[in-house]
Design a binder for this molecule. Structure first.
Ligand code: CP
Length: 314
């Protein structure tokens, strides 16, 4: 595995999933793979799970890890090619990434979208620049459009808990107080639309359609209640509009997931990537119910990262 930025980079997802299950069963059994290796992690945006699970994954694999909060811990970075750097920026991204590549064997990068310039965000302008300047493999810790480590952890969580050969998985839009990126739902679609034992359904209010490049022809159902009928897994997430880029078009609280919504399902397990706005996106009663997998799902973030690192370092 050269880089890990999307479902396509996973290659044979069944083999990768099997490897993840084996690593989960024996998390310290692969320490020879990471010996004398260093994992670099650069964050342009905040994180709890991605940051901590990535460090833990490196340690489990016998590797060392360093973390840089770009801008806060480092010089202020210049992103523009050919810039005359006589303003506030102190180091060009070209030099910073090339130098960081000297200090690690794999580099994880988090760069959120602007939510202002769709073309720049959806062309992964910043992430592509980093990949261009890096001389080591790159792992997406969430880019402008995708969050593959999260989706891989979600897939692992479903795979290890499913009670049927085929399962219905529903991705539902949820209300929020702010405009959020489309990375998590894009990525969930990128992965779950490809899984041959999943019947995948997306539900959201009109105007919240995701980029068809990621939904890949999956069923879209505008009636949330209809979509939830018979579901085995429900993943809730807010996102802002892709078409009216970055805008909040409506925030109908009826879309907040409650036990009444879950009663329409076939005893569905509940998923959310976290962080979650309790009682805005999802009610406490759903988040704290026995069928909620949110903590197991967050725990699996270590396994998804460890599996990807294993593939890159082995
Ligand atoms: N789910 C997720 O990526 O969490 P963080 O933003 O806290 O890393």
């Amino acid at each position: 595995m050269k880089n890990f930025t999307s479902f396509a980079d996973a290659g044979d997802y069944k083999a990768l999933l099997q490897q993840a299950l084996e690593i989960k069963a024996n998390p310290y059994g692969y320490q020879h793979v990471g010996r004398n290796k260093t994992v670099g992690l650069i964050f342009f945006n905040p994180s709890l799970r991605t940051r901590l699970s990535s460090v833990k994954a490196a340690y489990n694999l016998g590797a060392q890890a360093w973390v840089l909060n770009a801008g806060a811990d480092s010089w202020t970075l210049e992103m523009a090619d050919g810039a005359v750097m006589n303003g506030g920026t102190q180091e060009h991204i070209k030099d910073a990434i090339a130098v960081m590549s000297q200090y690690c064997d794999v580099l994880g990068v988090r760069t959120f979208p602007t939510l202002k310039d769709r073309e720049a965000d959806y062309s992964e302008e910043v992430f592509r620049k980093i990949m261009q300047y890096a001389t080591v493999p790159i792992i997406s810790l969430e880019s402008a459009t995708l969050h593959p480590l999260q989706s891989f952890a979600d897939l692992l969580t479903v795979a290890e808990t499913k009670r049927k050969e085929r399962v219905k998985v529903v991705l539902t839009w949820a209300p929020h107080v702010r405009a959020l990126p489309q990375c998590v739902p894009n990525s969930f679609c990128d992965w779950f639309s490809e899984i041959d034992w999943v019947d995948f359904v997306i539900t959201h209010p009109e105007g919240y359609e995701l980029d068809p490049k990621f939904t890949k022809g999956a069923r879209i159902e505008y009636d949330q209640q209809k979509a939830l009928e018979g579901a085995d897994y429900v993943q809730a997430k807010n996102w802002s509009s892709y078409q009216q880029y970055g805008q909040v078009l409506q925030n109908d609280p009826a879309w907040m997931l409650t036990p009444e919504h879950m009663a329409l399902t076939d005893g569905a397990k509940f998923l959310h990537c976290l962080p979650v706005r309790r009682n805005v996106e999802v009610s406490d009663a759903v988040l704290d119910a026995p069928g909620s997998l949110i903590i197991q799902e967050a725990g699996n973030r270590t396994i998804s990262m460890q599996t990807v690192l294993h593939e890159m370092l082995k």
